[in-house]
Design a protein. Structure first.
Lengths: 241, 241
């Protein structure tokens, strides 16, 4: 089948997925390009695959061909992608791992995507976003995660309740403190939840109070802080050694 | 003095600085907001300071007041900043440090800014961009550097020539190799130049060949690579220990 009209019912439904409100209603989101589609194919979340007319790559998945006008309209990029996937929202699973990452009000989609990619790299498979964090299904988040979201368990919860619950299960709650922290190199808890905060204002005071230990990354005193994606990555890197 | 007209000669000149071509001609660039201006004030690169009419903060620097229409037009942000600084391009100094960072075709301004911030944090003060890298004076670069550019020596050069020159001066040229590299934890050269490459394609082959040693960051095999800002930061963090 080849769809070339923007008035096609299916295309009209998919176009709405560019807006968060409709994604949340349908529990569906779009991904662009071969790399992300290949990552999605490793999960069972892909529900439809739109391929640019004339493209002959075999995805081993049922395909709908679309014209370049349709593809361009569905895309968030400047160049027309060869493929767009429609995916179901991630299934929210129970936390089973010994290492958890909590994110309090991360607002930049690039930062969230980068953090997801680094988390998987350093073997943290459970991430909990607070209710006010940037939308996980924002196209920039997915793009900068390089499709690693499909291998993660990512929940959205009230972090105060989550921390209370994790404490009961013997997770050490780790915060950060540039002035009075422990060098992350000198600690290696077996079971931990690391909490990282907003780009400008950091972790909220009421959550900071719940931390059992605070870490810091040794650095030149000329610099006040690192980018939150970088800081999270270095901490998880060290905690993984 | 208060300028409220967009036809003012000075404002017309400054508005052009939003475009790379004119920045390069004038060797001037704009910075926005109190934090960046305070960082610029620590250097001697600030040449003019435009403050929003009604703002009473004392910068200990000669001020030109401007109306909100002018400020909005000069700004790249959604909200009108309270202050905009006009700065001279960084002075290009000779490389004197024992640690140098070479960047080959970094294209994302956020990545370059983040790398500059991390470099200073891990005591690398000399960065050399290849001729094709993203513009250093792009507003997103400066913003994500958090103004740390003012404390750095950043050159733009042909990297092949730079590497040849650094080799003569006994710098160990460090590249990266996910498959055959040395764990960065196991190496601590006193005098090195680390080369990092483009977000998609990495370091160009002809430069890769010039590397004396290749490093890798230990990570989960589910992930092919890290964001280049994160990878650079972790490598410099380890090489600084």
């Amino acid at each position: 089948m080849l769809i070339t009209s923007l008035d096609n019912q299916k295309i009209k439904k998919y176009l709405k997925l560019k807006i968060k409100k409709f994604r949340d209603e349908e529990k569906l989101f779009l991904i662009e390009g071969e790399h992300l589609v290949e990552e999605a194919l490793k999960s069972d979340l892909l529900v439809d695959l739109l391929v640019l007319d004339g493209n002959i790559k075999d995805y081993h998945f049922p395909i709908t061909y679309v014209g370049s006008k349709v593809m361009k309209k569905l895309s968030n990029m400047d160049s027309v992608p060869s493929v767009i996937g429609v995916c179901k929202f991630l299934e929210e699973k129970e936390i089973t791992g010994n290492r958890v990452l909590l994110l309090d009000d991360i607002q930049d989609p690039g930062n969230l995507g980068t953090i997801i990619r680094s988390s998987l790299a350093f073997s943290v498979f459970d991430i909990i976003l607070n209710l006010n964090s940037v939308d996980l299904y924002n196209d920039k988040v997915i793009r900068s995660s390089q499709g690693m979201i499909f291998q993660m368990n990512i929940l959205r919860r009230d972090l105060g309740k989550v921390i209370t619950d994790l404490k009961k299960k013997d997770y050490v709650i780790l915060g950060t403190d540039v002035f009075k922290g422990i060098d992350v190199k000198d600690i290696s808890p077996e079971k931990f939840a690391l909490i990282m905060g907003n780009e400008g204002s950091g972790v909220k005071a009421e959550l900071k109070k719940m931390c059992d230990k605070n870490l810091y990354i040794k650095m030149n005193s000329k610099v006040e802080s690192l980018n939150v994606g970088v800081a999270t990555s270095i901490l998880l890197y060290e905690l993984n050694r």
